[in-house]
Design a protein around this ligand. Sequence first.
Ligand SMILES: [Fe+2]
Length: 200
Amino acid sequence: MSTDAGEPGLPGAEDGQVALTTGRAIAAAVARELLAPLGDRYRHTVNVAAQAEELSDAVPPEDRELLVVAAWWHDLGYAPDLVQTGFHPIDGARYLASKGHTPRLCALVAHHSAATFEAAERGLEVELADWPREEGPVPDALWTADMTTGPGGERFDYAERLSEILARYDQDSIVGRAMSRAQPSIQAAIERTNSRLATA
Ligand SMILES: [Fe+2]
């Protein structure tokens, strides 16, 4: 399996069931190839993708494929060969854009889990602005999947996830400050996802 997943428009394309299954399989294989060497990062990704599958009812049927693919790929920017800015949401989005993936998918990765706050801490607002931030069920579900999965793939609630992040990073570090400031946005995304699930 090559890391070249460059089939423009694959995720999110209105292709039928066969293409949907193919898209998930390709996303999983690319994530495995790029992230498995990183150990826990890959275990986290596998479980974020599994969570995204479970949260699928919170998004419209035509967006479920996109949600799961974005979950598989949200942390690709941690792969050492993909590092450009050192901020993994942007680096992952740039990689996916270079492979011809849709701007919508790239934007979901670029902005995942309230990346705006950490981009500001890092002085990368201009770079992040290459992708418009989507608001709605798909980013909400993606953020929920990521923020309720621990660094080694554990199933956490958001309070547990936030406290483990703040324990790993100094409170006054870039990540510590960003995740504290992002807390209301992430909490709101999780609540919207839960209420969509409850009425699905
Ligand atoms: Fe993640």
